[in-house]
Design a protein around this ligand. Structure first.
Ligand code: SF4
Length: 241
């Protein structure tokens, strides 16, 4: 059992010892973030996609198109695109920053050390990885794992928007600064101040929290992250396992 899981279990034991029967909704909910108009000049329209069939089939069509995408320079060095994976009608969607080396090799999101931690977080919330959908802001690996540039994120955003529109999750949980900035429309938003503060993307509530790779380097961030994840569970009308 890992340190992370032990911490979650310990937190649950504390809750139970205190007689907590239900998860309290966090009242520290921010006013919705004013979304700036997206800079459409940076976004080229997607090539006409024939989206038909089930949600899973539509996501497969997008994955095939993403594999051939050359909308930004990140296509040049990718081994594999990483479109995202999970339940096509998931009620919960996680959005990270972009693929790293392991993800680039395998063509799957969150499969490295940060991915293993994300799996534990998902399990602690009462889900299996296959119950949720996991995607990233950019679908090709930025060289050296650098942060994606704004124009790269803008070029890739229409793919993600299509995925969200197909999946229609009840809640989106963003991981780290990059998806927080992309979905809030605020390029200066910082996760340390914004974590756990709900805002809306279109009509879907978004709860931002830390990226698992940050948690691996900063153990003190795990507790506030767990608070954010408990808020997500609460908002979904569920109870912790
Ligand atoms: S990162 Fe996104 S926009 Fe850029 S090439 Fe890959 S799929 Fe296309």
């Amino acid at each position: 059992m890992s340190t992370w899981y032990q911490q979650l279990s310990h937190q649950l034991e504390i809750d139970r010892d205190l007689g907590v029967q239900f998860i309290q909704r966090d009242t520290n909910v921010a006013a919705p973030v004013e979304q700036e108009d997206p800079d459409l000049s940076k976004q080229q329209p997607l090539p006409g996609l024939e989206l038909s069939g089930s949600a899973a089939e539509q996501l497969e069509t997008i994955a095939t198109a993403v594999a051939a995408c050359t909308r930004c320079g990140l296509c040049e060095k990718r081994k594999n695109s990483v479109p995202g994976e999970g339940h096509a009608e998931a009620e919960l969607m996680f959005i990270g920053e972009g693929p790293g080396a392991d993800e680039d090799r395998q063509g799957r999101p969150f499969v490295g050390a940060a991915g293993q931690l994300l799996d534990k977080m998902i399990n602690a919330m009462g889900f299996e990885r296959s119950d949720v959908y996991i995607a990233n802001i950019v679908k090709c690996r930025p060289p050296g794992n650098r942060t994606p540039e704004e124009d790269e994120a803008a070029a890739c955003m229409p793919w993600l928007e299509q995925q969200i529109n197909i999946i229609q999750p009840k809640i989106i949980c963003t991981l780290g600064n990059t998806p927080l900035r992309a979905l809030s429309g605020n390029p200066k938003a910082g996760i340390t101040r914004m974590r756990g503060k709900e805002f809306m993307w279109q009509d879907i509530p978004v709860i931002p929290t830390f990226h698992p790779s940050y948690l691996l380097r900063n153990a003190e961030a795990k507790k506030p992250c767990w608070e954010d994840l408990k808020l997500v569970v609460s908002k979904l009308g569920r109870e912790l396992p």
